[in-house]
Design a protein around this ligand. Sequence first.
Ligand SMILES: Cc1ncc(COP(=O)(O)O)c(C=O)c1O
Length: 345
Amino acid sequence: MTVNDIVDLRSDTVTRPSPGMRQAIAEAEVGDDVLGDDPTVKVLQVRLAELLGKEASLFFPSGTQANQTGILVNTRPGTEAICEANAHVLHYEFAGAAAWSGVQLRPVATEEGVLTADLARPYIRPESPHLMRTALICAENTHNMAGGKVMPLAVLEELRGLANEHGLALHLDGARLWNAAAATEVAAAEFAAQADTVMVCFSKGLGAPIGSALAGTAEAMARAHAWRKRLGGGMRQVGILAAAALYSLEHNVPRVAEDHARAKRLADSVDALDGFRVVAPDTNIIMIDVERDDLTLGDAVSFLEERGIWISATALGQLRAVTHLDVDDDGIERACAAFEELAAR
Ligand SMILES: Cc1ncc(COP(=O)(O)O)c(C=O)c1O
């Protein structure tokens, strides 16, 4: 089996740059971005700020560094930030909020990964000489560990209202904001308008090899620029990556709904099999419950892998498959067939 025979559904981060993207990378005008010279980075940052309706944006090497910078610019050490209980900032960023910002994250359990104002409200600390101050709400849209769950705009608007009532900032982890926008047919800018800072990734469903960004006010981005430098995120002739990000905005944002349709096809097919349960995905992430005592998650992953279908098992005890621009209809049909074989085993 060659690499091209593998249907890699482990994550939407596994995409490889397409020939068109590689050409854009090759032709990118570059300069030293630490000296403020890279023209392609400048174009990207202006274009993204426009797209998200923010004053400014800043290119980052990773979503993690951009999220952490978002927390840094919205808080002070010794304050608290509220997030959903399975949020990326809480579980997968190496306690960055504690390490860099000196901020305690306060998780809020939800049924389906959607942090509503009603669920968050009781977690806001009252003013008291005995309690730390709540400074920030972190929202995640779509929610990765909740299976690409969309936070509807109305829910985010209510969170914004709650933040305003209590003088809190709101950071939006929009690693997959493009997916939320495609699924709801609401512009990314409308979601971003509710947040003080918004992080987006080019390196997930959009197919760029590296790259994320943070957007917000010009003043917040000036402080974010200093933090990025302090965190070691200053990059030199990084226009080659900004060119990939620009290419991804132009060519790959309009196609993410295709990934959602393919995720639905796979989810419906697996859900119809005995011993497997799948909640219909909102976007491109499929979480599969295995309800068979004779099949471990590890065995299921290995069985599928032998047939060229790569998926993962999560810490939450589910199988996880993610569609993206390197998986076509044929790949999805092969995945459906492999699951049928697994169910019949
Ligand atoms: C919701 C969410 N936020 C942030 C990140 C971090 O992005 P990166 O891997 O670029 O650091 C991820 C990565 O998967 C994610 O899913």
